[in-house]
Design a protein around this ligand. Structure first.
Ligand SMILES: [Zn+2]
Ligand SMILES: [Zn+2]
Length: 219
């Protein structure tokens, strides 16, 4: 069976169009299944910071008499919508926690769970079984999209590719992010790996990342 995620494409096929990878975790391949967990971890990490970005400071310049002039702070409506539990979906912007809570409700219903806990806890705890549910494609799409929305709203660096350290066929596989200037290198944060990428290595990582994203976007 092939992975159900919308973005799944096996790279490196010469004789045919890219096709989804083999499913390994429920209806998903191992990489797409892991992207859900990574997206949930990213959301958990970035969400508490989000309110800071609701106000975007205008360019302020110091005037002649030491007074501040320039455009006043702007309220970012996209960020407010993400923070609002009851925000209606629109223009690709949704409530982060409202959306996760409605998925957690679906999980409780479909798995017949009587459990309380935060939406993220529920989605993480039941991850393997969620990957086998028929709506996994929509869920995958939405959770990775929420993480992408948060990353854009909070100016996080973009993912660049997956670590191919440790000289194994699959590499350590950890997702790596573009170096943040003035840094020009990145180091894999995996404690058993720690592979360093700069110069030609970084280019190799970029090329592999592109190949992994054939016809897809990375969240
Ligand atoms: Zn997949
Ligand atoms: Zn690594």
């Amino acid at each position: 069976m092939r992975c159900k995620s919308f973005d799944c494409k096996e790279a490196g096929a010469h004789d045919h169009e890219p096709i989804p990878r083999q499913s390994e975790v429920g209806l998903l391949c191992a990489i797409c299944a892991r992207r859900i967990l990574e997206a949930l971890a990213d959301i958990e990490l970035m969400y508490p910071e989000l309110s800071i970005y609701a106000q975007q400071q205008g360019q302020q310049q110091e005037g002649k008499r030491g007074k501040l002039s320039g455009s006043p702070a702007l309220i970012r409506l996209d960020v407010l919508a993400m923070l609002d539990f009851n925000a209606n979906p629109g223009d690709g912007v949704r409530s982060i926690m409202g959306t996760l809570a409605s998925w957690a409700d679906c999980v409780r219903d479909d798995l017949g769970l009587v459990t309380s806990g935060s939406p993220i806890d529920i989605l993480r705890t039941w991850h393997a079984r969620i990957c086998a549910l028929p709506w996994i494609d929509d869920y995958w799409d939405e959770v990775t999209e929420l993480a992408g929305m948060l990353r854009r709203a909070t100016n996080q660096p973009k993912p660049i590719g997956r670590c191919f350290g440790r000289a194994t066929n699959k590499g350590c596989g950890r997702r790596l992010y573009e170096p943040v200037p003035p840094e020009t290198a990145i180091v894999c944060p995996d404690e058993n790996c720690g592979r360093r990428y700069d110069g030609a290595e970084l280019v190799k990582l970029q090329i592999q990342g592109e190949r992994d994203r054939v016809g897809s976007r990375i969240a």
